[in-house]
Design a protein around this ligand. Sequence first.
Ligand code: SAH
Length: 360
Amino acid sequence: MNELKHEIAAMIAHDGPMTLEQYMALCLSHPRFGYYMSRDPFGAAGDFITAPEISQMFGELIGVWATEAWRLSNSPLSSQLIELGPGRGTLMADALRVARISPEFLDAITVALVETSPVLRDAQRETLSSATAQVDWYDHFFQIPQGPAFIIANEFFDALPVRHYVKTVAGWRERLVGLDSSGALTFGLSEKIEAGLSLTAREGSIIEICPAAQSLIADIAQRLVVQGGVCLVIDYGYTQTSLGDSLQAVAHHSYADPLDAPGDADLTTHVDFAALARAAHSRGAKILGPVTQGYFLQQLGIERRAEALARKATPEQSDEIFAALDRLTGSSDSRYCMGDLFKVMAIAHPDTPDLPGFFE
Ligand code: SAH
């Protein structure tokens, strides 16, 4: 048993079963043993690889997009360029490098990174050591100083803890994590019936909701409506709210049992973009998309960017550039290609005009 499993088993023995949401939060963010708190999970040797780690083109195009979003918001001075969950800092480094072509943008922004992991903060500091912009770190979004905000969140919302409700004969019950007779972690259901859920569904159906994502997106929308700006959300997910469970544990590039080694595997779910859009819309924000990542990057000119990079590259490098292009935008194999599975949505101040990437 790993140390976090011991700790969770002791908590359950003492206080009774915990919700899936509490379990997931401990697995990901426990101060000592949480998945993100103690390691750098990215890259070929890690557990998974993200778009900015696949190719510099991704962060560069997001950088151009952010500059354009800022310009189309009337180029406000004293703006915050915010990234939620910046990983190794690769996206921000690539974005700030291309932003040098817009010195007025760089002069107007302060970079704010929201990151809870000390290991990844160190990695971000290192990656951004040659950046000319001022960079500040925060534990929470609400701590960032006021001002128009241009916010990027790539593969951030999928890492927030979810709740599951399961339909039984008697009604909807919440999924809990408890102990079996041998003392091992096991899934179970609450005694209590959730009175608020009136959805008709077959027995065994599951509702998955992410209260943390919905309340954060509502806070972001509120801020954008009052102070101006735009938030770009990129993640794997679906565009219509539907029944079903998307919880996955991933370790060393393959699926694992979510109860097996808490804190040692990444726990994620697919993002419900429709639920995020509803939460943002209820605060008066404008919603653009969601569109697929493949469409978004093509609209931003990723093919021209790949060709430009390939012209200066060796034949092997050129092969890598086009393989990365296919991986970021293609849809042939969804375990490998991100083009269709990943979606892009923007939340904006209501006066924001149509932004690049979302329209013909
Ligand atoms: N955007 C990066 C990393 C994605 S992984 C990339 O595309 O490569 C998720 C990131 O979110 C990590 O940096 C992780 O440490 C951070 N994170 C996860 N939960 C968080 C939380 N509740 N608050 C702040 N950061 C969090």
